[in-house]
Design a protein around this ligand. Structure first.
Ligand code: CTP
Ligand code: MG
Length: 388
């Protein structure tokens, strides 16, 4: 006899404002669905996990599962296809479990990735009492009831009201019977079906952190909670050599000299790469693109930036701003500033207001002052996943 977690993930997330279905949106680099599976899988008491997914989402689902450990994958069953409403999706999941040895089922919204092990324990422990248990929270706000014309007519007694969450846990037979009996009556949670058939449902303490990610604001807050701010800097120098232009921030700037370098010698983009690599503890640009490797000869440095940003994203990070200082007597970059900022915005995905670009001479002091080369310094702020 076993305890199975049934995760419904077949909705379209229309209120969430994400690029696709919200359960596949990434928070600090990891999908909401994978986070929910990990949260439930963290409980040793759960023997198996079954996801109900939309018919169009198989590729998204397979991709999201890549971050699961082998141990967790073993618990995961082959997903089943959901229906047009949450209730139909739950029903599809329950029907798929009829042949299993499932005794207790925890029905959970994929959109609640922050459920804790303690809450899972509480909810499982409460099932034997009535066969049905739900996490609840006392109401913080006073609740009003509207009449048919939309005016407030009543204020229910707040002390007797509760907001409910998932996972809701049931003996398998009870909830399967309730879903089968009430398949035509649409309800917004599973406990409602048990209540409609006259069964008592046991409330247990829910958790404020166990939010259902519903709106764009929910996603913004969750991303902030899961990440922290990190600063990093990069620095690069190149000497002038033969040539008629220098490349800075991806823009060709005519000059009486060129740059001595293996690649295009773009000091700004090289310093930017080093800042990003520095922030994620990924060494420096020389390790990623060794000058000894012929494939980087005359390479546009935008390739290096794209690679650094890809690595940053894979680690769940994002850039917040970058602030560039160029040290050079010549060339003057003033009239190329807008184009350079535009180019940096394109390469980094940052909006122009989050990009600083300044240039200074060194008052004829040192190598830069003697016109032997130029220097760029880049300071970046980034958001990176907090330690779990
Ligand atoms: N769900 C489902 N099948 C549906 C509708 C919803 O499996 N036909 C799932 C969602 O994927 C979600 C949970 O039920 O994990 C709670 O629903 P909700 O938060 O309303 O998600 P969506 O329906 O996807 O969002 P929206 O209502 O904003 O479109
Ligand atoms: Mg919905």
């Amino acid at each position: 006899m076993s305890i199975i977690a049934l995760i419904v993930a077949a909705g379209r997330g229309e209120r969430a404002g994400q690029a696709g279905p919200k359960q596949y949106a990434r928070l600090a680099g990891e999908t909401v669905l994978a986070r929910s599976i990990k949260a439930l899988g963290a409980s040793k008491r759960i023997d198996g996990i079954l996801c109900v997914i939309h018919a169009d989402d198989r590729a998204l689902y397979d991709d999201a599962m890549k971050t699961l450990s082998p141990r967790l994958r073993k618990k995961l069953r082959e997903p089943v296809t959901g229906g047009a409403t949450r209730q139909h999706s739950v029903m599809a999941g329950l029907e798929a479990l009829t042949e299993s040895q499932c005794e207790t089922v925890l029905i959970h919204d994929a959109a609640r990735p922050f459920v804790s092990k303690k809450l899972i324990d509480r909810i499982i422990d409460a099932v034997p009492l009535t066969g049905a248990a739900v996490p609840t929270l006392p109401m913080i706000d006073t609740v009003k009831e509207l009449d048919r014309s939309g005016f407030i007519t009543k204020t229910p007694d707040r002390s007797r009201l509760r907001a409910v969450q998932t996972p809701q846990a049931f003996t398998f037979k009870l909830i399967l019977g309730a879903h089968r009996a009430l398949v035509d009556r649409e309800m917004t949670d599973d406990a409602s079906l048990v209540e409609a058939l006259g069964g008592p449902v046991t409330p247990v303490d829910g958790e404020r952190r166990n939010v259902k990610l519903t709106t764009p604001e929910d996603f913004a807050v969750a991303e902030l909670n899961l990440t922290e701010t990190v600063s990093a800097m990069g620095y690069d120098v190149h000497a002038f050599g033969e040539g008629d232009h220098v490349t800075l921030a991806g823009i060709k700037i005519p000059h009486t000299r060129g740059i001595l370098a293996h690649s295009d010698g773009d000091v700004i983009l090289h310093a930017l790469c080093d800042a990003i690599f520095g922030a994620i503890g990924a060494g420096d640009i020389g390790q990623h693109f060794p000058p000894s490797d012929p494939q980087w000869k005359d390479a546009p440095s935008s390739t290096f930036v794209a690679q650094a940003i890809k690595l940053l994203k894979e680690q769940g990070g994002s850039l917040v701003n970058c602030d560039v200082t160029v040290l050079a007597e010549e060339p003057r970059i003033g009239k190329h500033r807008d184009a350079m900022i535009e180019s940096l915005a394109g390469l980094t995905g940052l909006r122009k207001e989050r990009i600083g670009l300044k240039a200074t001479t060194t008052e004829k002091l040192g190598a830069v002052g003697r016109g032997e080369g130029l220097v760029a310094q880049v300071l970046c702020t980034l958001r990176l996943p907090r330690e779990a």
